[in-house]
Design a binder for this molecule. Structure first.
Ligand code: CDP
Length: 226
């Protein structure tokens, strides 16, 4: 992994391909990829698993004191999220977690806890982070900020395909509802709402192929010193 380089922030709405893009770009540039959404999902999974009430500040504080998240690579090179030493990559992608993650992500104590870790992980630079508040809150000084968007129907179709391939039984309607609800909660919450940073490059990838999108963003990253 390179130790000198830039921070690249990728923000945007739910399921618009941020993590696929971030992973591919990280591979091309030999950068570290940090999936901040996976961290919010892991915290949510912990609350569900231990039947904790995230509206109760004492229970949240107790939970956060117990939670340790890290990312590890599989033998095939794919990145997995670990919660207290357990591989939870599959569990955090379920509709059950997707249904609760946005309410959990409104809690300031949870955000403070995770943002601090994200900033520490990105300290060495040469890092790509994707999420909702990377360019505005986590790394406002990032050298390159991308704000991704795509047509909501197209996003829902992509997410359905992804989940069906993972063997989850879910309908297009359920996904549309979940994406709409998460986008609404994420954009209207008080603490660090999803919004485009003033200096972000906005890319609508509805009709772009992955190759076209990657090539475009790689040029932007190299122009900024990646
Ligand atoms: O991949 P997808 O677009 O479905 O979502 P994700 O990136 O896994 O993020 C899941 C949820 O975590 C979002 O809907 C937000 O509620 C929350 N999140 C956040 O608040 N801030 C971030 N930096 C990343 C995710």
């Amino acid at each position: 992994m390179k130790t000198e380089g830039i921070i690249i922030a990728i923000d945007g709405f739910s399921a618009c391909g941020k993590s696929t893009l971030a992973k591919q770009l990280a591979e091309k540039l030999d950068y570290t990829y940090i999936d901040t959404g996976a961290m919010y999902r892991a915290v949510t999974y912990y609350f569900i698993k231990h039947q904790l009430d995230w509206n109760n500040p004492a229970q949240v504080a107790m939970a956060l004191a117990e939670i340790q998240i890290d990312f590890r690579r599989d033998e095939d090179g794919s990145l997995h999220t670990f919660l207290n030493g357990e591989d939870v990559e599959k569990q955090i992608r379920t509709m059950e977690v997707s249904a609760s993650v946005s309410p959990v992500a409104t809690i300031s104590a949870v955000r403070r806890f995770l943002v601090q870790q994200q900033q520490a992980l990105g300290e060495k630079k040469s890092c790509i982070l994707d999420g909702r508040d990377i360019g505005t809150v986590v790394f406002p000084e990032a050298s390159l900020k991308i704000f991704l968007t795509a047509d909501p129907q197209e996003r829902a179709r992509r997410r359905l395909k992804e989940l069906l391939e993972k063997g989850q039984s879910v309908s297009l309607g359920e996904i549309v509802n979940n994406l709409t609800e998460r986008d609404h909660i994420d954009s209207t919450r008080e603490d660090s709402p999803l919004r485009q940073a003033d200096d972000a490059v906005v890319i609508d990838n509805t009709v772009l192929s992955m190759e076209e999108q990657l090539a475009m963003i790689k040029v932007l990253a190299e122009m900024r010193g990646a």
